[in-house]
Write a new protein. Structure first.
Ligand SMILES: Nc1ncnc2c1ncn2[C@@H]1O[C@H](COP(=O)(O)OP(=O)(O)OP(=O)(O)O)[C@@H](O)[C@H]1O
Length: 658
């Protein structure tokens, strides 16, 4: 990173901040969000907590007395582990699938691979390992009427001088595939549902057209309402978490630098006063989490009646059961112009069919764009899946971390993100790791915003290289140099898996993802195998066996995106939304125009991207002094709380919104 660029980035950032055999899935017709599907109830019949009722909370992963075998510590830790097993492991099946033993060799494989990856990952100065060519052959498909022609360079798109200068400052030399396609579509004024792999540059794909559109027309940004000021943003970008909102805001600020377009952010957990003052100064582009935004609207501090652009990042998450009511309120029941009078852009790496159908309510004559198969993961991420029983998890994790550390130069740990299911589990693992010589910090929705931001900051700068996180950190966060993502608890859905592992292997870099898998995760086996095969990963035999079993058992999630040999799948194509064929930039044998290509230009074949991860280290350092009562809570998995047939999820959901 050049000093000049660094100074610019910092200036902008600174100014911006002040088991058991699982029960078959219910065969219902109502949509259930991923996190509520296939909760791994223990064999004791119960509950959301996959470790079973019988286990004492403190021993669910065998944290017991600390220490793991490899660390030379004695008894209590192991005993603790057994205690956990005693309770939670009650219903392991017999003779159903042969339970493989954890593979000791796997440790060495992983560290070997890790070592290999680290070499590519490490060198910022020369941009070694930054490899957008990796996206070159990715299948791209666009369906809908009159699909605009993609662009192969930023220069081909009329984004305006200021934005173009900022793109150069960001060292974005060429658009990524999603940007090549999505930016011209959005610039043509079309609604868009875009699905592209994690880390492939979706933020810029919606920010550039929005900034350019806002700059094209100047209007009044705020008005006195007799009792204060009301802000009239023209663009609204919604995000499911505070950290992601904050990150999008920082990105948008950089892209809009010196353009005159004003960007502001509002999210829960941070004091309202500063956010209100920012709004009073006028705002063109507002980045927000839903809860805080509703609060601001109800206080007449924000009006949506001037909105011309609405973007939903992580759109499938925003429209699942947890967030949908709030999004409907914002989009349909406040004063926002209807579809057609505004332009709507939905982005995510995953788009289940059910969500696509829901999303259609918010869109008009939209184009559906997929870069890579919907929900696919990039093959930049080396995926390892290891069979690890709950009682062995902690020991296994320690083995991995120890190996990793031993292979590091200077004995330092590369940034490692460990995902667990519950907030309590996150705290326990953080404590355990810290006590046993692994510098770890946790982030989850029960922490106050200041603690969350601190955790992210310490992780990003490498002071605390292990971040133990719930799904609050699974989507969108762009933390450079995350070398290893470990799914200590396997996620509840393959979509969540895709997003979690996508915290590494970003922007053309390589990364490693290791998942601990056990019998109770079997319903996800087939989808996982498909995903791994698609991203050219080696699938262990035992996992293939599980996948076959889950087929006959009927509990797999692999059909969520329906069949399409490659590229994504626009639900409209299977549901007669279209009459006779319309035109895209390719031929289509189905009603909807579907253009498929291995991207537009050969230009990716040569040259490398100038990206150096130069802005990623901007820290989130505005302390949150107070909590806003009504929206201070955080949803780690979903915004929904309460009873359900899936048992209690006391550890998961605190209720409330960001
Ligand atoms: N054209 C480009 N050239 C170089 N780097 C880029 C380009 N576009 C985006 N990047 C960088 O790639 C990284 C990932 O981008 P971004 O966070 O937008 O990914 P994403 O697709 O939104 O990921 P996720 O699905 O996880 O939210 C960022 O660090 C961003 O600065």
């Amino acid at each position: 990173m050049s000093l000049r660029t660094m100074a610019w980035a910092e200036a902008v950032t600174e100014s911006a901040r002040k088991q058991t055999r699982p029960l078959p899935p219910p065969r219902n017709t109502t949509y259930l969000p991923p996190h509520l599907r296939y909760s791994g109830g223990g064999g004791d019949g119960g509950g959301y907590s996959s470790y079973g009722r019988g286990s004492s909370e403190s021993t669910q992963y065998g944290f017991g007395g600390g220490g793991y075998r490899g660390g030379g510590r004695s008894g209590p830790g192991r005993d603790g582990g057994r205690g956990g097993r005693g309770g939670g492991g009650g219903g392991r099946s017999r003779g159903w699938v042969q339970t493989p033993r954890p593979n000791r060799e796997a440790f060495h494989d992983v560290s070997g691979k890790f070592e290999q990856l680290k070499v590519r990952e490490g060198d910022d100065v020369g941009n070694v390992g930054i490899n957008f060519d990796a996206y070159e052959d990715i299948p791209v498909e666009a369906s809908g009427e009159d699909v605009p022609v993609p662009a192969s360079t930023f220069g081909e798109i009329d984004l305006g001088e200021c934005l173009n200068n900022n793109i150069k400052r960001c060292r974005y030399v060429k658009p990524t595939p999603v940007q090549r396609h999505a930016i011209p579509i959005a610039m043509a004024g079309r609604d868009l549902m875009a699905c592209a792999q994690t880390g492939s540059g979706k933020t810029a794909a919606f920010c550039f057209p929005i900034i350019s559109g806002v700059l094209a027309k100047c209007v009044e940004r705020s008005q006195s309402n007799g009792d204060g000021w009301t802000a009239f943003p023209r663009a609204l970008i919604l995000s499911p978490t505070r950290e992601l909102a904050s990150q999008i805001f920082e990105e948008a600020e950089k892209f809009a630098y010196q353009s005159g377009a004003k960007v502001a952010v509002v999210y829960g957990g941070a004091p309202m006063g500063q956010q209100l003052r920012d709004l009073e100064r006028g705002v063109d582009i507002l980045v927000a989490t839903p809860g805080r935004l509703v609060d601001m609207i109800e206080r007449s501090r924000v009006s949506l009646k001037m909105i011309k652009y609405l973007a939903l990042d992580e759109a499938d998450r925003m429209l699942d059961m947890g967030f949908e009511p709030q999004i409907r309120k914002i989009v349909q029941r406040m004063d926002m112009p209807p579809p057609g009078a505004r332009q709507t852009l939905l982005f995510s790496a995953t788009f289940p069919h059910e969500i696509q159908r829901l999303a259609a309510d918010f869109l008009k004559n939209y184009i559906f764009l997929t870069v890579g198969r919907v929900g696919s993961s990039t093959d930049l991420i080396a995926q390892k899946v290891e069979f690890v029983r709950d009682m062995d998890k902690i020991e296994h994790l320690c083995g991995l971390l120890k190996n990793q550390r031993d292979n590091e130069t200077h004995g330092k740990l590369a940034l490692t993100l460990v995902f667990v299911e519950t907030k309590k589990g996150a705290n326990q693992l953080e404590n355990w790791l810290s006590r046993n010589g692994f510098p770890a910090i946790a982030i989850h929705g029960d922490k106050v915003q200041m603690e969350r931001e601190r955790a992210l900051r310490l992780f990003k700068c490498g002071t605390t290289p292990i971040l133990v996180a719930t799904d609050v950190a699974s989507r969108g966060l762009d933390i450079p140099h995350v070398a290893h993502v470990i799914n200590f608890d396997f996620p509840k859905s393959i979509d969540d898996y895709v997003h979690r592992i996508g915290r590494t292997g970003r922007a053309g870099k390589s990364g490693l993802a290791t998942a601990f898998f056990s019998e109770k995760n079997q319903p996800l086996a087939k989808a996982l195998v498909e995903l791994m095969k698609e991203s050219k990963q080696e699938v262990p035999n035992w996992l293939n066996d599980y996948a076959e079993q889950s087929l006959s058992y009927g509990g797999d999630q692999s059909q969520r995106y329906s069949s399409s040999n490659f590229g994504g799948y626009d639900v409209r194509r299977s549901e007669n939304y279209y009459g006779s064929g319309s035109n895209g930039y390719g031929d289509s044998s189905v009603g909807a125009a579907a253009a498929t290509c291995n991207d537009v230009s050969g230009s990716y074949a040569t040259g490398s991207f100038g990206y150096g991860g130069n802005y990623g280290n901007s820290s989130v350092d505005e302390p949150a002094a107070s909590y806003n009562g009504s929206y201070g809570g955080e949803t780690d998995a979903a915004g929904t709380a309460g009873s359900s047939s899936f048992g209690n999820y006391e550890n998961i959901v605190a209720g409330g919104w960001d």
